[in-house]
Structure formats: C-alpha cells, structure tokens
Write a protein that binds this ligand. Structure first.
Ligand SMILES: *[C@@H]1O[C@H](CO)[C@@H](O)[C@H](O)[C@H]1NC(C)=O
Ligand SMILES: *[C@@H]1O[C@H](CO)[C@@H](O)[C@H](O)[C@H]1NC(C)=O
Ligand SMILES: *[C@@H]1O[C@H](CO)[C@@H](O)[C@H](O)[C@H]1NC(C)=O
Length: 770
C-alpha cells in the first residue's frame, strides 16, 4: 500500500476530485450521542457488551469512518451511510476507476434515534448473526431494527423493524395503536451511475420502486467497451409504522440490486414472500454455517477475542456466499477496505493489490479454502489482460498490474506512477499464494483450469525480467520497488528476488504436476535462473540489506526484507533471522501500517524472544483498532489513513495462526512450531483448519496443546510426527503436540515430482569462476 493522506489530498486537489468526499457524507454523525449516557467528545465510544461476538454502544463513533458495515460479498454498505456498493461495479477510466455509488435505498432511520427525544438507543454489531441492530426502549414499546445484507438472498439488503408493545399496568386503560416515525435517507443522486426516474409497481401487495442505470465511464475502452448496467428495487418506506397495542409486529423493507434486472426483481419477489422471522433465520443460518466450518476462539482476553471475531465478520461480509437463491456472477476480489468502502481516494477505490495475496489470503486459505479459490479465480479471470501488460512493457508471460479493479488493467491513480511501474513483486506474490493453495488443497481440477497456466506464465515474466550480470555471473532484477515504498527504482530487492525466485521454482514443480495435460518446453530453465538470482546479504552484519546498495541506517516504510523469514520461509540461519528482525525494527518508521508489527511479532517468536514478540503483538493492533465496532485504520490513532483496513487485519490474523499457533505451510507438509498462547490469554482454539481435505482443530492452553481431528479425506490420509513418533490421524482422535518442538503433518507425496530447491543466490557465497 502506498498512498498517504497528504499525497491523497494533493492529488485530489490537482484532479478537482475533492467532491468525491461528498459521496460519503453520512447522516448519522454525532446525533446518536445525545442519549445522555456519554458526553459527546472525541473519544471513541465504548463497547459495553461482554459477549465476544457482539459489540454494543450507546454512542456511534464521532468519526463516521469508524462506523460498522454490513455485506454479503455481493452488496455492502456502511451502516447509516447513503451509499451501497456492489461487487464488480466501478466507474471511472483507468486510474480514476473506483467503486460506483448506488444511493442507499436501504438507509432507514428511526426518528427516535435522530431527534432530541430522550431515548437511549443501543447500537450493536452482531458478528455471529451478521447483522447490525438498533434497540430503542420507548414509553409503550421496544423497537428493534435489524439491518443486514442477506447471506442467502444475496441481492438484498434488508431492514426489519420489530415493534413490541409493552404490557400496561392498568388493563382497562384505553390505548391506541403505536406509531413509530421512520424515514428513508438514500442520499443525493449518484454521480457514478445514470439512474432513470424510479418507477413504482405492486409486488406481493407492496409498493416497490425500481430504477436502472449505467455507469458513466468505462474503465478501459478495449477491455470494457460497454458501460455496466445496474438495476435496483426497493420497497417504499412510509413516514411512520403503525403497530398494534398488544404483542409484536415485524415490518420488513428490502432493497435489491443486480446487473440483471430480472435477477434483482426475482429476488425482491422471493424476499417479500418470506415470513419476516423466517427470512431473518435463513440469513442467520448461513452465518452459523460459516461459523461451523471454521472459527477462532480466544478466552481470557475479551479485547483480542472481539478483534478476531470482527476481522472474520468483515472479511466474510466481503466474500461471496456459498449458498444463494440465484447463482452468483464473477467475484472481483477482496480490496484493502472491503466491499463496503472504496468510492473515495482514501479507501483504495475497491482496487485489488498484493494486500489480498500476501496479507489476507493465508488465513482465509487455511480456514475457508473455497474463498481462497475465489480470490485466485479473480486473478485467473484477468490473466489475459496481464499477458498484454507484460507484452507492452517488453516482457513475457503475465505481468499483473499493481492495482486492478473491473477489467484487470492497471488502475493506479495518476498521482503515483512509480508504484505501478516498479512494484512488480505483486506478480510473484500471486504465485506465492498459488503455492500455498496447492500445498494445502492439491486441487488438480484447478491446475487444469488455469492453474498450470498462471504459474508458468508468471515464471516466464520473471525469466524475462532477470538479466545476467557478466561481472558476477548472477542474474539481477533491476528497477523495482519492494514493499518499502520509500525506496523506488532500486535493483535486486531482497523480497522481490526471493518471491520471484520462488515463482520460478514453482513453475518447474507445477509443470511436473501438470505434465500429463499441459506441456512445457524446458521446465528446468526457470529453476536455473532462480538458483543464480542475486540475493543481497551482508556477511559482516549477518543480515539481508533490503536491496543492492541499501545504506544501513536508512529508514523504511514497512516490513520488507523481514518478510523473507515469514511469510516466505526462506531458509536462513537463526542469527540472520534475528539480525533482520532487530535491525529492521529499528529503522521502520512508526507511521507505517500495522502489518509491520505483525511480522516482527512472528519474527521474535521464531527466534524465541517471547517478551519482544508480546510487545510487538500489542503494537500490531492496539492503535489500529477503532471502537466500538473494531474497524481498523491504516495508520495509528489519532491518524486514520484508509478504513476499514483489511490488510492490517490480515497481518494480525497471521500473527495468531502462523505466529502463536505456529502453523507453517510447506509444499509437502504443514508444520506446527512451538504453539503457544498469545499474550494475556488463557485459551486459544483454531477450529476447522483445512489441510488436504481434512478438518483439524488446535486447542492451546498454558500447559498443553492438542490437535483434534474432525475429518480426514480418503485420498490423503495424514500422518503426524511429533518429533518422536508417527501417528496416523483418524477422525475423532485427539493428539497432544509438543509445546517446545515441531510437529509435522503430511500425506504421501503428490505425484512423483521433485520439490523445488527454493534456494536463491546460492552462487553468491562461492567465489566467482570456481
Ligand atoms: C421524522 O424526522 C424527519 C426529519 O427530522 C421529519 O421530517 C419527519 O417529519 C419525522 N417524522 C415524523 C412522523 O415525525
Ligand atoms: C541498477 O542497475 C543498473 C544497471 O547496472 C544501473 O545503471 C543503475 O544505476 C542501478 N540502480 C541503482 C539504484 O543502483
Ligand atoms: C550459517 O551458519 C553456519 C554454521 O554456523 C555457517 O557455516 C554459515 O556460513 C552460516 N551461513 C550464513 C549465510 O551466514
């Protein structure tokens, strides 16, 4: 990630785009704070709920950028905002492409939460039911509003308002019906989509309005010759609800959206046919399924438990449903601020970066491999555009753009051409994600349907990027930028060379896996280049300079060379690993994003410095998680940067799964190294780890670590070695793992293919010419 607030503002001013900010003007702001429970101030509202899965507050965040969101991977919105975003819906040419704003025809407010009436609404984000709730305790009734993007009726955002009459002390008291004032606040017309005037019709006895419109600008004239059409239906909203004076009633309001009018309309019909409570139960059941498939539980540290639940809630809200009433279309990726954001310059416009593959992907892969496959599918879908980018820049194979959105062309903003030009490591990062995917799934069908192709073409790109240096006899990769975006146009970035080298090795391995259906001329040439790729190493200080010519002491933006140790798992001496960690901690600027500290946490765990790991762990989330809804900011409080920053969340999850739980993914095995509790926790469970079709759960306590086997796939029986004994894992079994050692879990090899050497710059330590 690369954009800083200051840079954004300059660019915005330059492009006359500051009006874009108007799109996110949200109606709620501080009005919710007038309930009398907390003085309106700049402090973040407290989460008053002790349930780790529910976050409740009397006061909405003062800064509306920290508001909770709802979503189901197809549609998403920040609660009470005037904007809905839809998967794959963008407006703007090239670097101006951003999520297109649909007015929020699902933004319904209870007047009693907006006016000065002395009610004290309670706002809750319920991460287990996947809904945002508002509860108002009135004189004669309790009103509960539920706002959610339906997980089964995926085109729909639904508001349900339940009015429950209170029992009255005097039975003969003459009472009247209960009136609840509400209003719909969709916000101004869209500047991205040319919607026609809404047309009313009656569906299932309800007045429903609908409109269709087209996005105004295509992202790229070649790859998107036509604008995208989107159609929206919404039930009309009266200015008040009338509920009976006894019992309770549920009122349901629906908004549906799709690129296909028939689909959006059909969804509206079906939703209106459902009974209110059943409609909600169906939604909750889908979230429960997700929870049953995988789940992380933390005991003894409510804050960390809540942060983890929030992360999965936000991730899953931006990922497509597995079950849906009507089939889903293409999925356009997981952007650094998710589906609910990205219409503005600040929130990365819904573009896809390396953030997906390096920061979010690994945890999603281990717990929800089907979603990991969706993330890779986005890259496969746009691979033909990456082929073109490689070609026009004079290279071979696939070169993925630094930022991509609808078509897969480069959509980096005009402000910042250097990241698009030099941050080429993204192409290798995609291959690294594929490596992990193949390691944990061995999905042959996937290889056949694009997998072999993407791996070998990425390797072709790097083979064409590496140039032989006749002075050293090694290959160099020149003119790049590593993850540290403070240093542009450098040669031989340690991170880039290792991850590029891995992608070359992977192609050699994959072409063996694919050989019966995908032919390759000389698979070994890739490995030859990787073997002789230059890797900067400073013998005197026993550490990896970030790039060739890096001057020791110079400050950097974020984790870069330390990524060699993790996630790349590059083999090196412990002393080197330690030196990299200690040294780069001292030169990384504090204004960087959270992931740096996640990586240093894992690094210190690797070198068994628990105290330093704990300190880095706190650093990695405390100043980035914003109350009460656990939205992440890109920068430490009081600064903000992008929000809701999925990339930082991804780093944090990795600290838990790959750091404290110690899981490491290798092509032929997973390892569990010194599993231990995160700081100030009593229990740590990871349920539903998916490895080769099996489902495993880890349970870490202060004195013991166990692994429970839920299911094992017939094709890949697993054997665990705990350092001494081999155990065949069978369903229902619980085994104890050594706390201080390494356990490995593996199946028989996948075909008769030699694993890659994964050694880069081997020749460097040899005198030239020997
Ligand atoms: C609800 O509030 C809006 C805006 O404050 C107001 O215009 C409307 O009249 C109120 N509705 C009722 C029924 O009081
Ligand atoms: C990168 O290598 C090229 C070719 O050797 C050289 O001209 C250039 O100055 C180098 N760049 C840096 C930043 O060292
Ligand atoms: C790693 O350590 C071994 C033995 O301690 C040493 O021989 C080797 O040179 C070291 N490697 C590096 C890259 O420093």
């Amino acid at each position: 990630m690369w954009r800083f607030l200051t840079r954004n503002k300059q660019v915005a001013a330059m492009m006359g785009l500051l009006t874009v900010a108007a799109l996110v003007v949200v109606v709620m702001t501080t009005k919710g704070s007038e309930g009398g429970h907390a003085a309106a101030n700049d402090e973040e509202p407290e989460d008053i709920n002790n349930d780790p899965k529910v976050f409740s507050t009397f006061r909405l965040p003062t800064n509306d950028r920290f508001m909770a969101s709802i979503g189901n991977g197809h549609v998403a919105a920040n609660v009470f905002s005037d904007t809905v975003y839809m998967n794959g819906l963008y407006n703007g040419n090239k670097g101006e492409s951003h999520r297109a704003r649909i007015p929020n025809w699902a933004n319904i407010r209870l007047n009693s939460t907006l006016s000065h009436i002395p009610y004290s609404p309670v706002y809750s984000l319920d991460t287990k039911e996947g809904a945002f709730k508002v509860r108002v305790d009135r004189e004669r009734s309790i009103v509960t509003q539920r706002i959610f993007a339906h997980r089964y009726y995926t085109r729909a955002i639904i508001n349900q308002i339940q009015v429950m009459a209170k029992a009255h002390a005097e039975p003969n008291f003459v009472r009247h019906e209960i009136w609840i004032a509400i209003q719909l606040i969709p916000g101004p017309d869209s500047e991205d989509i040319g919607f026609k005037d809404p047309v009313p019709e009656i569906i299932e006895g309800r007045t429903v309005r609908s409109t269709c419109g087209q996005t105004l600008k295509s992202e790229d004239i070649v790859y998107q010759p036509l604008p995208v059409e989107v159609c929206v239906f919404w039930t009309s909203v009266p200015d008040h609800l009338v509920a009976p004076q006894h019992g309770s009633r549920v009122f349901t309001f629906v908004m549906t959206a799709d690129t296909n009018r028939t689909v959006a309309r059909e969804e509206m019909i079906r939703v209106l046919q459902e009974d209110g409570e059943e409609l909600y139960d169906k939604h909750v059941a889908e979230w429960q399924k997700l929870h049953q498939q995988a789940h992380i539980e933390i005991e003894g540290n409510l804050k960390v438990a809540k942060v983890v639940n929030a992360i999965w809630y936000y991730f899953l809200s931006s990922l497509p449903s597995e079950d849906s009433h009507q089939p889903l279309g293409r999925f356009y990726g997981l952007s650094p601020t998710g589906l609910a954001r990205g219409g503005t310059l600040e929130d990365y416009e819904g573009h896809n970066f390396w953030d997906t593959e390096i920061w979010m992907f690994p945890s999603i892969l281990l717990l929800y491999p089907k979603y990991a496959e969706k993330l890779l599918q986005y890259r496969l879908d746009v691979a033909y555009v990456a082929a073109q980018l490689a070609k026009v820049t004079g290279h071979k194979g696939y070169r993925f753009p630094w930022e991509s959105a609808y078509t897969g062309v480069e959509v980096t903003q005009p402000c910042c051409p250097e990241v698009a030009k030099y941050e080429q490591h993204i192409t290798a990062c995609i291959s690294f994600a594929v490596r992990q995917y193949l390691a944990t799934t061995r999905n042959e069908e996937w290889l056949k349907h694009g997998g072999c192709d993407i791996v070998t073409n990425i390797a072709d790109f790097w083979a064409s990027r590496a140039v032989i240096n006749y002075n050293t006899g090694l290959y160099d990769i020149e003119n790049v930028m590593g993850p540290d975006e403070d240093h542009s146009n450098i040669n031989n970035s340690a991170f880039t060379n290792v991850v590029a080298g891995y992608s070359l090795y992977l192609a050699q391995y994959v072409s063996c896996l694919c050989k019966s259906y995908y032919s390759v001329e000389d698979p070994d040439h890739w490995a030859d280049i990787a073997w002789s790729l230059y890797l900067p190493y400073d013998e005197k200080n026993d550490y990896h300079p970030q790039y060739e010519g890096y001057v020791r002491g110079e400050s950097i933006k974020q984790a870069d060379a330390v990524l060699l140790g993790y996630p790349l798992l590059y083999k090196m001496n412990t002393t080197t690993r330690k030196n990299d960690i200690v040294y780069y901690e001292s030169v990384t600027r504090k204004s960087g994003p959270a992931m740096t500290w996640s990586m240093h946490t894992i690094g210190y765990l690797d070198v068994e410095d628990k105290a330093k790991a704990g300190a880095m762990f706190s650093e990695s989330y405390q100043k980035y998680v914003r109350e009460p809804f656990k939205v992440w900011s890109e920068l430490q409080s009081p600064q903000v940067g992008a929000a809701n920053f999925f990339t930082g969340m991804g780093g944090f999850l990795q600290t838990l799964i790959f750091g404290y739980a110690g899981i490491r993914i290798h092509l032929d095995r997973i390892e569990i190294t010194r599993p231990q509790l995160p700081p100030e926790t009593k229990e740590f469970k990871i349920k539903g780890i998916k490895y080769l079709g099996s489902s495993l759960s880890m349970h870490i306590q202060a004195t013991s670590v166990t692994l429970t086997v839920s299911s094992v796939h017939d094709q890949w029986p697993l054997v665990m070695n705990d350092g001494r004994y081999n155990v065949t894992l069978t369903p229902g079994m619980t085994v104890t793992l050594p706390k201080d050692g390494i356990s490995t879990i593996r199946a028989v090899p996948w075909k008769d293919c030699k694993l890659p050497a994964d050694i880069i710059g081997q020749n460097y330590l040899r005198p030239i010419g020997s």
